[in-house]
Design a protein around this ligand. Sequence first.
Ligand code: CUA
Length: 339
Amino acid sequence: MRRGAIVQLTLLSLVIGGIVTVVAVVPVWLPPTASQQADRIDFVFWYVTAICIVIYAIVIATLLFSAWKFRAAPDDDSDGPPIHGHTGLEIAWTAIPFALVTSMAIISAIVLSRNDATGKDPLRVNVTGQQFAWTFQYPQQHGLTTHVLYLPIDRPTRFSLKALDVIHSFWVPEFGQKQDAVPGITTNLTVTPNRLGTYPIICTELCGLGHATMRSTVIVMKQADFDKWAKTGAKAAGGGGGAAAGKTVFEANGCSACHTLKAAGATGKVGPDLDKLASYAQQAGKPLEQFVTESIVKPDAYIQPGFPAHVMPGNFGSLPKAQLNSLVQYLVTSAKGSK
Ligand code: CUA
């Protein structure tokens, strides 16, 4: 009888464990990984999940088995038999979870410290979060600054994150880790991409009206392609001018996250529609070019009715003069074109 009960309980545990394993493994719950760090995090995740499945199966099987075998008859009002515990069982269900939880802590600590290691020669990228755009600056590539993140494969990249206004959080799901960008301090994150491709960058800290639009893209490329990109990128950032360069400035500074501008394929809805700049300038009673410049440098000088004040970042006045001029020319030209 007792042996029969143990066999039944074991079979029930195996069936439940099998069902739960299918639920855990068959739907693809996690994004594919694209960094060494994400692979390690996935390992910890599945290690913990496997332990959970075993414990869950035993607990649920015991629960169902007890409800089935020891169910009292409807007319049975008597007390249950007095039970004085089982020392062996109690030692087991204390010692085994202790060992399991300790193993999780040790494995997690090893993964955390390895994930933070940068190696001897990491690529350095300064990340700036602001409402509502990411900016990436490459100090080792002549300070090249971009809006889309470019990374070489198989080389550790050390990110230093800053925020200009409120707390943002830098997240590439395929890289496995999130890191807050906090005003006033610098936070760090190490990523070693190990799969070529294009992945989304997401702000994962509610940071204001445009939070949902605070997205960008990371492109993981071969080291040779990255070097080529860095070379041409540094050249383009140094020179140029005029309206064509203005489009690059527009894109590099994330303006499209908040503004609509047909010429740039931008569809942001947080701030004023830049295809209507000419009529806004008229309403503000200012010449178009002066109005556009002022709206970038001192965004709160005139607030277009229907749009919130104090949302446009106030730091675009610090753009290099040439870039600011190109941007203004670009916006003025496209505003005239779309009238
Ligand atoms: Cu930045 Cu949400």
